[in-house]
Design a protein around this ligand. Sequence first.
Ligand code: 8X3
Length: 250
Amino acid sequence: MIAFITGASSGIGRASALKLAALGYDCIVCGRREERLISLQHQIENLGRKAKVLVFDVASESQVQEAWNSLPSDWKNVDVLVNNAGGAHGLEPIHQGSTTDWVAMIDSNLKGLLLVSKPIMEVMVSRNQGHIINITSIAGKEVYPNGNVYCGVKHAADAITRGMRADLYPHGIKVSSIAPGLVETEFSLVRFKGDEERAQKVYEGFQPLTAEDIADTLGYVVSAPEHVVIADVVIFPKAQGSSQLVKRQA
Ligand code: 8X3
């Protein structure tokens, strides 16, 4: 069994790759930070599975094609695709937003998801099997102040997930989305452009989810019986009631 994971250098992607390896999958781990991917490759190999590293930018059509073409043909029979690459850039009222941030969010969260999925969906259709899991977000279900473009791309990712399911279920392909709330990863550090103090404040006063919590959920989603599709999972920390409701200790 082969799994293909994007955004695997850290956080949810990395934890998902390790979970899938523990479940018996050989893993193609993709990202832009080669050193981290190589260290993940070693960890996967220590679990007794094979791993391949692909370094590319999901938003570049030529890089995606080149990376895909570089895979030996037996590695192209992907059973599980985890579209995890993406993230937020900035948290401002829309009229103060940066157009560079907007383009970066559209590129990684949307263009990337589609470009990576394209060749893999073709193989899955030809084999009449496969499972695509898109890591979306509560931002794809709710819109919160200053979330504007991030919420927009995640809503689109949610819609694309449903579109994939509608088109691919006749071909025996399962499509799932996992929509997390507050997970402590590099997410906020990236959103706030390296401002550690601001990033830490997001997770202060309550116990956020971890990348491993999401990977555990993903493990359940991929291990469900053959006739079962876990179509859509929203997952919050216990202290979170919605994208805007968080119970923090003083
Ligand atoms: C991450 C969760 O609430 O910051 O996608 O949008 S949130």
